[in-house]
Ligand binder design. Structure first.
Ligand code: AMP
Length: 269
């Protein structure tokens, strides 16, 4: 085979690969590029759907949720001395002290060195962002793949919260209008969270807007951890599709970075 034949064969092979990839189902392609583990910081204002999306992502990405709200609620319910203080702060819509939250999350991350996780509700303050950034620099297992920020307007958040109901038996979250409890029995036992009143939500939103840029900046400064913003005011299926698309993009760029040995591609994502 002379050089010309070789070039033609190469060209045909390249075309076959390009057309093959183009006609393959996106889901097949996605599986090809999929990472072994994902470590995701899932953040957003109250009622942005972090809990719902966390559940969806856990199933798809083979990860576990580390939710600081749930960890703190469990401590508050235990009735311990610390729990009583935590409950007061949470009920007022404030932030629980960094001294309590940071060690709790560190021990959760240390217990999950190997697997993937979805970190729901942490970091939430500048100090938490800085403590986490330090931990990431010192421990590769703590490095998040990406930060997923769910964005909704304050008024949408307030509207969603006013209809939010929790089933205390299963911890499932419902909304009286958009996602009502499936049976009357469940509806009857549902409760409203103590911090889900309008004034407390407005306080939580104020704290969220004040703190989020600070901790995001601290984690971004570590380098190579992309921040992905998703419009979470859309219906659940659309939010999920947007997140899927972003994760596929992240997977593809990670794959390209590996084969080209160029870490900056993921950062550019
Ligand atoms: P969530 O279930 O994520 O909406 O959290 C409920 C409440 O738990 C918040 O309003 C805070 O009072 C408290 N909380 C959750 N995560 C944190 C955190 N990382 N730092 C401080 N307080 C937190």
């Amino acid at each position: 085979m002379n050089f010309l034949h070789f070039c033609v064969a190469l060209f045909v092979a390249a075309l076959a690969i390009i057309f093959g990839l183009a006609f393959m189902q996106p889901t097949v392609l996605a599986k090809f590029f999929r990472q072994k583990t994902y470590k995701i910081i899932l953040a957003g204002p109250p009622a942005s759907g972090k809990g719902t999306m966390g559940e969806v992502l856990v199933k798809e990405l083979n990860a576990t949720v580390i939710g600081t709200g749930n960890i703190l609620r469990a401590e508050a319910a235990s009735g311990s001395e610390v729990g009583v203080k935590i409950r007061e702060v949470m009920a007022a819509g404030g932030l629980v002290s960094d001294d309590l939250v940071i060690p709790a999350v560190v021990s959760q991350l240390e217990a999950r060195k190997e697997g993937g996780w979805i970190l729901d509700g942490f970091p939430r303050s500048a100090a938490q962002g800085e403590a986490f950034a330090k931990m990431i620099k010192e421990n590769d297992f703590a490095r998040p793949s990406l930060i997923l920020l769910l964005e909704v307007d304050d008024e949408v958040a307030v509207d969603r919260i006013s209809g939010r109901r929790i089933d205390p038996v299963t911890d499932k979250v419902y909304h009286v209008k958009t996602n009502p409890p499936p049976t009357q029995e469940i509806a009857d036992r549902c409760i409203t969270r103590e911090d889900d009143t309008e004034d407390r939500v407005r306080e939580r939103l104020r704290i969220y807007h004040e703190n989020t840029p600070k901790w995001v900046h601290a984690i971004e400064a570590v380098g190579g951890i992309p921040v992905i913003r998703v419009d979470a005011a859309q219906p659940v299926a659309a939010v999920k599709a947007a997140i899927d698309a972003e994760i596929r993009r992240y997977d593809f760029l990670t794959f390209l970075s590996k084969i080209t040995n160029c870490g900056s591609l993921v950062k550019a994502c």
